[in-house]
Design a protein around this ligand. Structure first.
Ligand SMILES: NC(=O)c1ccc[n+]([C@@H]2O[C@H](COP(=O)([O-])OP(=O)(O)OC[C@H]3O[C@@H](n4cnc5c(N)ncnc54)[C@H](OP(=O)(O)O)[C@@H]3O)[C@@H](O)[C@H]2O)c1
Length: 239
């Protein structure tokens, strides 16, 4: 029987590619997002999937989303914490450096931790929990140090949770995409990985029950961190 998969932020970019890849495999897919227009567009393209309007930073909205998954599919097998945002911040004297910092931390770090706890309380033997962090979880970007901080925080959560849930057989996978061609990155220049490639590497890592999925250039990061951390830092600083 197909797995039931919930993808936060599944209406755009990496989340949308993940939803499409799972649907192609015959999974039962639920996605969430805030924009009604994006959800309707998703539903038109994928009428067999469930599209729930939910802001994952709001506790009641997360509960209603899990209720909707339960009502439609009766269970959840795979939770994918994907919704996130990238905020550039200049701490060299910009008075606005910390504007809306709580929202950034809430979406990128606190919400996925809460949602994971809430999902595990309902379905203690989830098959897998996925966290979409970033290559910037390993080396923080010069132009967005708080993004690096929160993604590193989520990396740490995934790492400890993996060991905590191992005895019950729940696979915890962290996905660390490089710069990917999504609306979040519409203005970025330089090479961008297609989101479908991030999705393909993620599904393969899930099948193989690996701890990490390292698509594109991030594949080299763990080795570079060990043998040439300063060179890696200089390379990332330019991104
Ligand atoms: N693109 C990259 O280069 C890149 C690289 C490494 C890691 N990542 C990570 O990959 C993940 C996906 O990024 P992306 O580039 O695919 O972004 P994207 O195209 O901007 O999509 C973000 C998705 O998250 C949803 N979302 C945003 N805020 C939300 C909220 N409060 N509640 C529920 N849903 C929300 C958006 O829908 P609504 O706006 O309608 O809510 C949208 O569906 C993020 O965690 C990001 O940090 C991206």
């Amino acid at each position: 029987m197909g797995k039931v998969v919930l993808i936060t932020g599944g209406t755009s970019g990496i989340g949308l590619s993940l939803a499409e890849a799972f649907l192609e495999e015959g999974a039962f897919v639920a996605v969430c997002g805030r924009s009604r227009t994006a959800l309707d567009r998703f539903s038109q393209a994928h009428p067999q999937a469930l599209a729930v309007q939910s802001d994952v930073t709001i506790r009641e909205a997360r509960a209603a989303m899990l209720d909707a998954v339960s009502e439609r599919f009766g269970r959840l097998d795979v939770l994918i914490n994907n919704a996130g945002t990238f905020v550039e911040r200049d701490f060299t004297g910009d008075a606005h450096a910390t504007v809306a910092l709580e929202q950034e931390i809430g979406l990128n770090l606190t919400a996925p931790i809460h949602l994971t706890g809430e999902a595990l309380r309902r379905w203690p033997s989830l098959d897998a929990i996925v966290f979409v962090t970033s290559g910037f979880a390993l080396v923080s970007p010069t132009r967005a140090p708080t993004y690096g901080a929160v993604k590193a925080g989520l990396h740490g959560f995934a790492d400890g949770l993996r060991r905590q849930l191992a005895p019950q057989g729940t696979h915890v996978l962290e996905v660390l995409p490089p710069t990917t061609d999504t609306p979040m990155n519409a203005d970025a220049t330089g090479p961008k990985l297609p989101p479908a490639e991030v999705a393909a590497v993620t599904l393969k890592a899930l099948r193989q029950r690996r701890p990490m999925a390292l698509p594109g250039q991030t594949k080299l990061m763990p080795t570079m961190l060990r043998i040439a951390p300063h060179t890696l830092g200089r390379m990332v600083a330019k991104l």
